[in-house]
Design a protein around this ligand. Structure first.
Ligand code: CP
Length: 305
């Protein structure tokens, strides 16, 4: 039995196979419509979600399986004090696979230790979000065609942004990738990522605070939301929340083939006028998430053949 806690749990070969399978599913969905008949996915979400939970559920339904679960801690027995360990022990009797989101870093890992079924980390605090990373990689592969030789701008909340942390860790394994890290001083990437991932692997990167200055250099711009729920202090959130707003004027500085990705939800950081720019692919990206999650469910259930 295998779990997915971190994008790095998968080798680049395994990620390549998942992406190939997701592409085959996307091109011929009917072929996979009954593959998970009589299988059940439990979605245990202790924190709000639209895309991750519903795309997991859509993925299992598209595969002919069924879904059950809860969408907030308040609507589960966590509200009565039940531990994650006990919850997953019980859910192991009800479902064949579980996607879990939790505000506490490491909670899905604890669940995996006590689980009788594969557990997928669907986002744990400010730590990791591996299926968002798989979605991002699938989007890059489909729309750019390759992972090597890319200059990637990551903009916004790089301190608490788990999608950013997972994406950097995944992308450093490809050749000649350069990162431009665009954030206010207070929201720079955590030290461990700078030292253990970027410096340790001799990855080219720079940290800047003005988006306009670097836009002409980018192949990809990964925008992120400043996350109110991760701040201890409302004043800091209000001061930093509108640090970067991508609008049509700024897009005019970017290369014609630069793609704009965003894990969503968006708040103010991308003006809605950018949505009609063909380089804005964040809604397509959310759609691609269904296919890669279908591929992941099949793989973890051993049904990928
Ligand atoms: N990208 C993402 O994780 O979105 P949700 O919080 O809506 O699941």
């Amino acid at each position: 039995m295998r779990h997915l806690m971190n994008a790095l749990d998968l080798s680049t070969d395994e990620i390549g196979r998942l992406i190939d399978l997701a592409e085959r599913i996307m091109n011929d969905p009917d072929r996979y419509a009954d593959v998970c008949k009589r299988k059940k996915l439990a979605t245990c979400f202790y924190e709000p979600s639209t895309r991750t939970r519903l795309s997991f559920e859509a993925a299992m339904l598209n595969l002919g399986g069924q879904v059950l679960g809860f969408s907030s801690a308040d609507s589960s027995s966590a509200a009565k004090g039940e531990s994650v360990a006990d919850t997953i022990r019980v859910i192991s009797h009800y479902a064949d696979i579980c996607a879990m989101r939790h505000p506490k870093e490491g909670a899905p890992l604890v669940a995996s230790i006590h689980s009788g079924i594969p557990v997928i980390n669907a986002g744990d605090g400010g730590h990791n979000h591996p299926t968002q990373t798989l979605t991002d990689l699938f989007t890059i592969k489909i729309l750019k065609g390759h992972f090597d030789n890319l200059t990637i701008g990551l903009c916004g909340d790089l301190k608490f942004g788990r999608t950013v942390h997972s994406l950097i860790q995944a992308m450093v394994r490809y050749s000649n990738v350069t990162f431009i890290l665009i954030s206010p001083e207070e929201l720079r990437i955590p030290d461990y990522l700078r030292k253990d991932t970027l410096l340790a692997n001799r990855i080219k990167f720079k940290e800047v605070s003005v988006l306009e200055d670097v836009l002409p250099e980018l192949d990809l711009l990964y925008m992120t939301r400043v996350q109110r729920e991760r701040f201890f202090n409302e004043e800091d959130y209000i001061r930093l929340k509108d640090s970067f707003i991508l609008d049509a004027k700024k897009m005019s500085l970017a290369p014609k083939d630069m793609l704009v990705l965003h894990p969503l939800p968006r708040v103010n950081e991308i003006a809605t006028e950018v949505d009609s720019d063909p380089r804005a692919v964040y809604f397509k990206q959310a759609g691609f998430g269904v296919y890669i999650r279908m591929a992941l469910i099949l793989t973890l259930l051993g049904l990928d053949d």
